[in-house]
Every structure is written in structure tokens, then in C-alpha cells.
Write a protein that binds this ligand. Structure first.
Ligand code: LLP
Length: 386
């Protein structure tokens, strides 16, 4: 059980997201030192959590920004990320969004299709600029994760496929307003088996050799994000093994002299520093099932409903109590999938008890919705409670 300040929490209107800034700082420090050992560059994927206070700490730690919308690019710029440290990916960038990237001369557009290359070139020409472009390539490597968050298989919509490479090179020859600067890969999220990343490295090496055989040596290889976290042992294992992660790429990725290696990590940076704190509204004892009905629901954290994801659930009011009971922990939303966990073992739980849903720092608040006209849950930071 994490050290939550129950007395202070009791005074805050629930549900709310609680962020432990010390843990985030510690995580960032390790990411920076372990990646620096290999001169790797890490961009933080804003999509995981785009709160200003979180981004401020990420920026201070010296990470770049990985964006997937024009608004994320604008946010990164507004918060002071250097534009030459901003990458922009996304399978469906609108003209308006591409123009934002062009206006700020961003580090790289990670381009996902032949047609997008042509559009970026046209828009850059109109502004008399040269767009820096990396080709997002679909390497057909199985990420062995939930199929909704697998992105690097032939069946997925993301990236350019190898059989299109010849045509891409022809198109690039015509594109005078594009500078090809990188090759980009991202195969999926919540990948906990490091062997998957080894397969990615081997595939990237092959692909890079093909480009070199065509006399194309890019400035950087971007291997994306996807490093998973331990949702079960949150307190025992709050920081993923970044040393092993980066070492694997150092061991297996064939990097050419002067070539940079880039990463785009989201979840592994911020997931463990966040918890969704909620209050028990009602206990409903059924014949077979007891329900603990919370004031937080899928509107605050949609991951269990959308991907059947596991999040550790704790009763912080009754911490240390001996008795235990099984509950289906559910939200108030009018959907049966609005359930955080079935048959969850908790201490005997009562109305008004505070419940923590852990590892909610990534893809929690950013994916929240106003369904049922719900209020937006506020964010509370550890340093504000001191
Ligand atoms: N780069 C690209 C191109 C991506 O699409 C993503 C995530 C990342 C980097 C960062 O991946 P991470 O290091 O966070 O795994 N909502 C889902 C996760 C969707 C991930 C989408 N792309 C979830 O809650 O599990």
C-alpha cells in the first residue's frame, strides 16, 4: 500500500487524480541517466498524460516531446520544449496540424503514408520551408500485447509497409521540400517481454540495410515507445527496469557512426506516479456478488472497460484491517462494462471509504470523458499537500 495522506485526502472532493511528483522525478532521473549511458535520446509521449505540471517535470529532466496532434505540438511549444526536440506522429494528420508543425520547424514529422509525404511536401512548398521527415515503418513485429494496443503488424493501420519502399523513394525524389531524416518504428504498448524489443531491433537492422543499399543513411532511428510497467506489484516495483531496456537496444540495434537513436516513452514514465482516488458511494450485497459502487467510473479511467486492463485497487481508509470480503468494484455510469475489477479482495468496505485505483498516471486523465455529463476530476499533486 502506498503512503497516502488519508487525512488530507478526506478533505478533497472525489474522484480526483493524485500524482506523486517524487516518484515521477525519480523515474525521470533514472530514464535520463540510463539513456545517457548510450547517448540515446528520449522523447516523452504526451498522449500518456499532458498535464502542465507533469510536462514541466518531464521538460526539466531534459526529455523531448513526442506529439500526435497539432494541439499536442502547440502545448509542447507553449510549455517551452525546444521545437528541435518535438516529433509529430499520427496516421491522420490534418493540413492544419501539418502547418502547425511547419510553422514551428519541428524536429520531425513521422510520416505514415505515401499520400502524407506528398501533402507535407505541398504544404511545405507553400510556406517555402523544408520539412524534416522520418518514415514511420510498419515492421510486422508482434508486440504480444492486447490487440487494441498492437500497432506494428501488417493488419494495423499504422506506418508504411516494406513493399511500398521503392515507390516511397521515387516520391521522395520529387519532393524538394522534404528532407528525409529518420526511420521510425512503434510496435505497440505495454510490452513487458524484452525479447519483443530484440525482434524489433533485428527487423530494424534489416530495414536499415535495405535503405543503405539504396545509398540512404538517415540521421536518426526512432524505435518508438511501448515499454510496459508492472500493474500488479505497484509498490514493490514502481520503476520499470530502464537499465535493461536501453541495454537491449545498445546490444542489438546496429547504429551507424553519427546516427542518433530516439525513443518515445509514455506509459513507463508516468503510469505509476498516478492514482485515481474515489469514494465508496454504496455497498450492495447480492446473493452471489457484493458490489462496491464508487463515485469514479469509466469516465475517469476507461482502461478496464476498454481493454479489460488490470489496475490494483486498495481501500485506503481500512488499510491494515484484518477482515476481508470480495467485491465487484464498479462505477456509477450506465454501462455494464463500467467495472474496475471483479471479485476484488478488500477489507470490509463501507460507504465513504476512500479507494485508490493504482497505476492510473498514464492513459487515465487524458482519456477521460464527459459521458453522462460528468464533471472532470481534478488533479492533485503531492507537493500541494505538504
Ligand atoms: N509512439 C507512438 C507512435 C505511439 O503510438 C505511442 C502510443 C507511444 C509512442 C507511447 O507508447 P507507450 O510508451 O506509452 O506505450 N491507451 C492505451 C495505450 C495506447 C498507446 C498508443 N500509442 C492504454 O491505455 O493502454
Amino acid at each position: 500500500m502506498a503512503q497516502f495522506d488519508l487525512q488530507k485526502f478526506k478533505e478533497i472532493e472525489t474522484p480526483f487524480f493524485y500524482y506523486d511528483e517524487s516518484l515521477l522525478k525519480e523515474t525521470l532521473k533514472i530514464i535520463k541517466s540510463e539513456s545517457d549511458k548510450h547517448q540515446f535520446h528520449v522523447h516523452y509521449a504526451l498522449k500518456a498524460n499532458a498535464n502542465n505540471r507533469i510536462l514541466e517535470l518531464v521538460k526539466q529532466a531534459g526529455l523531448g516531446a513526442d506529439c500526435v496532434s497539432g494541439n499536442e505540438v502547440l502545448k509542447a511549444v507553449e510549455l517551452g520544449f525546444e521545437s528541435n526536440n518535438i516529433a509529430f506522429a499520427g496516421v491522420g494528420k490534418s493540413d492544419k496540424e501539418i502547418n502547425i508543425g511547419l510553422d514551428y520547424d519541428i524536429f520531425s514529422f513521422n510520416c505514415e503514408s505515401l499520400q502524407e509525404l506528398i501533402v507535407i511536401n505541398e504544404l511545405a512548398e507553400k510556406r517555402d520551408k523544408t520539412a524534416r521527415v522520418a518514415l514511420r515503418i510498419n515492421p510486422n513485429v508482434n508486440a504480444k500485447t492486447h490487440h487494441y494496443i498492437t500497432t506494428g503488424l501488417e493488419e494495423n493501420k499504422f506506418g508504411i509497409n516494406p513493399w511500398e519502399f521503392e515507390e516511397v523513394l521515387k516520391v521522395l525524389e520529387e519532393c524538394n521540400h522534404i528532407k528525409l531524416v529518420g526511420l521510425h518504428f512503434h510496435i505497440g504498448s505495454q510490452i513487458t517481454d524484452l525479447d519483443v524489443f530484440k525482434s524489433l531491433c533485428l527487423r530494424v537492422n534489416e530495414i536499415q540495410e535495405w535503405f543503405i543499399s539504396k545509398q540512404i543513411l538517415v540521421e536518426h532511428i526512432n524505435v518508438g515507445g511501448g515499454f510496459g510497467i508492472d500493474y500488479e506489484n505497484v509498490d514493490e516495483n514502481p520503476i520499470a527496469d530502464f537499465a535493461a531496456f536501453f541495454q537491449l537496444f545498445a546490444d542489438f540495434l546496429e547504429v551507424k557512426p553519427s546516427q542518433q537513436v530516439h525513443f518515445e516513452l509514455g506509459r513507463a514514465v508516468v503510469a505509476q506516479c498516478g492514482s485515481l482516488i474515489s469514494r465508496v458511494l454504496y455497498i450492495k450485497n447480492g446473493q452471489k456478488t457484493n458490489f462496491a459502487i464508487l463515485d469514479a467510473g469509466m469516465t475517469e479511467l476507461i482502461r478496464p472497460a476498454l481493454y479489460q486492463s488490470y489496475h490494483k485497487i486498495e481501500n485506503i481508509t481500512q488499510a491494515g484491517a484484518q477482515s476481508s470480503e470480495k467485491y465487484d468494484v464498479v462505477g456509477p455510469i450506465c454501462e455494464s462494462s463500467d467495472c474496475f475489477g471483479k471479485a476484488v479482495v478488500l477489507p470490509l468496505t463501507k460507504r465513504n471509504d476512500l479507494i485508490a485505483i493504482r497505476s492510473a498516471g498514464a492513459y487515465g486523465e487524458v482519456m477521460s470523458s464527459a459521458y453522462n455529463l460528468r464533471d472532470k476530476a481534478i488533479a492533485v499533486y503531492s507537493s500541494d499537500l505538504k
